[in-house]
Design a protein around this ligand. Structure first.
Ligand SMILES: Nc1ncnc2c1ncn2[C@@H]1O[C@H](COP(=O)(O)OP(=O)(O)OP(=O)(O)O)[C@@H](O)[C@H]1O
Length: 268
């Protein structure tokens, strides 16, 4: 009955850190079953938007609904529907892959009788079945990301939210992470909301894209639509540059460097 409801609907969403308006009146609908990419330069407001959707931040104004459920009023119900892979994580290098996922199964309150099966299924979905009993500390960066994906999948979420799932990975590992995301989506029909800085990845793997800049949505459409609006032979990079001016090059600064270092430390 709820199948036609949007996976996410944000209306007039706004959030400020002191005087700094991070999210400035965002209206956004993510359709059920799609892979939706939220793009934008550093500081655009993507992570803050995701935190509002996942109930980690509370919006002072605006409404967020996940499959029709209001996040302000039903936080736990929303959390049960959402799997979230944040930028800074989560996998414990002193535990095996299986133990890491089992820990999340307990945290998410997966019924005891289903835990073992759910853990095995999640590890298999991301291609870590054979490595499940190795310590996560021995995994490559790409395997760690897939392990984090398995952690988010263990409670069978209807909506999977990934914040920069491929940052800091080499091209082969990036492709492998995306392949797993695609397979999971096909197997489960779940909706995927993803942020990325990699335009080529967004172009290839997202059904629709929203470009965010300075807290606002500046463009929304399929990759093909966004490129077509700009003219023949345009790339998503071109679209991005037109919308954000020079911010793509100048964006980042200390926060970006810190984030990249954090990721490198985590993966290294
Ligand atoms: N915890 C915080 N305290 C104060 N300001 C914050 C905090 N988190 C984010 N901001 C500010 O809010 C704005 C939006 O940040 P946000 O992290 O949502 O952007 P982003 O698009 O996710 O950037 P990135 O790509 O670097 O992750 C930025 O100006 C940022 O400096």
């Amino acid at each position: 009955m709820t199948d036609d409801l949007p996976a996410v609907r944000c209306t007039g969403l706004r959030y400020a850190f002191g005087d700094n308006v991070a999210v400035d009146g965002v209206d956004l609908t993510v359709r059920p079953g799609e892979v939706f990419g939220l793009l934008g330069p550093n500081g655009a407001g993507k992570t803050t938007t995701i935190r509002l959707i996942t109930t980690l931040l509370r919006a002072p104004s605006g409404v967020v609904q996940v499959f029709g459920v209001d996040v302000a009023r039903h936080r736990m119900a929303v959390r049960r529907m959402v799997g979230y892979v944040p930028q800074q994580l989560s996998a414990d290098s002193a535990l095996t892959g299986r133990e890491n996922v089992a820990l999340f199964a307990r945290l998410f309150d997966v019924p005891r009788g289903q835990r073992r099966v759910r853990v095995d299924e999640s590890l298999a979905m991301v291609g870590l079945g054979d490595a499940a009993d190795r310590l996560a500390g021995t995994y490559s960066g790409g395997m760690i990301r897939r392990l984090e994906l398995a952690q988010a999948l263990v409670n069978a979420p209807r909506l999977l939210i990934l914040d920069e799932p491929t940052i800091g990975l080499d091209p082969v590992a990036r492709a492998s992470v995306w392949r797993r995301i695609g397979e999971v989506r096909e197997q489960t029909g779940m909706t995927v909301l993803v942020t990325t800085h990699y335009m080529d990845e967004a172009d290839q793997f997202c059904d629709r894209i929203a470009l965010m800049h300075r807290g606002r949505l500046r463009a929304l459409g399929t990759p093909a639509e966004l490129k077509a609006n700009l003219g023949r032979e345009s790339t998503l990079d071109d679209v991005f540059r037109v919308i954000t001016g020079d911010d793509l090059e100048s964006g980042g600064g200390i926060r970006d460097v810190r984030a990249a270092r954090r990721t490198a430390r985590r993966l290294g």
